[in-house]
Design a protein around this ligand. Sequence first.
Ligand code: UN1
Length: 527
Amino acid sequence: MDGEESVVNNNIAWQIGSAQERSTEIFESRNPACHADVLGVFGCATREQIAKAGARAEQAFTAWRKTPAPVRAGVVANFGRLLEANKESLARLVTREMGKPIREARGDVQEAIDTCSFFVGEGRRLYGMTVPSEMPNKELYTYRRPVGVFACMTAGNFPVAVPSWYFVPALVAGNVCLWKPSEDAPLTSYYFAMLLEKAGCPAGVFQVVYGKGADSTGAWLIEAIDAGWISAFGFTGSSQVGARIGEVCGRNLITPCLELGGKNPMVVMPDADLALAVEGALWSGFGTAGQRCTSLGNLIVHEKIRNRFVERLLEKVATITIGDPLDESVLYGPMISEKFLHTHLHHLETLIAPHHTVLTRSNGRITAQSPWPRWRGKMAPDDGWFAAPTVVDGVRSTDPIYAQETFGPLINVMTCRDLDEAIALANGTGYGLSSALYTNTPSYVYHWKEEITAGMTSINNSTTGAEAHLPFGGNGRSGNGSRQSGVWVLDQCTRWQAVNWDLSGALQHAQIETGYIAADVQYRLPC
Ligand code: UN1
């Protein structure tokens, strides 16, 4: 795939306008498992191009919002079918572009297909309510109305599923969308847009602006909120950028949908099925090389089983296969990009304190000099950005590593005396995205569900792997209370309209003239 081909889609905004307006800043998309493999060259959209895309979106909104919802949902049905027909090729592209193992990449595409199948039906619902009036000859209704231009910026770790969580419901609800995808997955985004176009999405209804984040297209898109044409803003990424978007949205009276970081806890109680819990910890901590918002951060183990559990975990860590993400057998492939590897290495350097014990044999980057024993694939590790799994023991709640999201293959081990202490540690990081408890005692489960402050929790399952129709989102530093997926996300892309329809022919005054029947309040029971 060359760079030229990646600019032909007429829904892609950065090519709008004359040659002079074209961006001069460009960036490459490279395979993180083999960085000599260049997937494409992309231009960063300028402020002017974003403004043009905005004008085009506003124009497209007029017709799209009037298109019947079942017809809009028909486009989403087509999109779902196209994703299904192209699942394998898109999944292979995801793997090649951002490095997640092919099994997981298929799951990423499947999550978007599931999202489409859920929201196709929503096109025939988008239910409002008929509400009784307190006045005669008067009807009350509620309608969900689209917000207008829905702008979004997404991360590179779920380049198909997470964008679909925003755009599929937003399009069914009648919004027009403007997307700044991650600079780590631009070609996947291009094909995402291409499939939406082939699904029948009219020009201007869904547009993509490519670019980087800071001092680039991402920053200009946030700036554009002040121009007034963006009615809703969705963001999946760091808490720092999320807070910035929240500030700009706040002064423009827009409520953003913010899905931010996490330092997700997993608690293992003494009665848990330890083999299951070890498997869950391994997958939660090291699946996707720890680069999910929902990845395990703090593994909190009851003191009674601590030594046994850690021993079994380390036995399993030694069996992890790492390498070519196209190999069906690897647990994980490379970090998403060089930047992600460097950030992870920086965390290892700066967050591991003298009182910690690194329990894993090797940590840091995997290279020819520092190989991983169970390496898979023909490429040399130095050709990509691979990191070894690291387990750090002796972590305390006062350590910076306890509360800092690291977004890499790194698990902290902590010890607790009882469930209350475990809950305090689980809730104490300031984040609140996902969490997990391993136990077979119903009273522990009940107490945990009542006390855990994370937006999502699993019982006897991984911190990752949310299904596409449950509310996804977090509290504290993990978000602003917004939720994606299922029926809940509709509140992010619609506004309720309340309608009073008075058929009485008179000006009826609610509250003032309501014909309430008076009670005999002096009455007392004779018994
Ligand atoms: C993310 O990491 O931003 O629950 C999304 C999961 C996936 C989605 C994660 N279904 O791990």
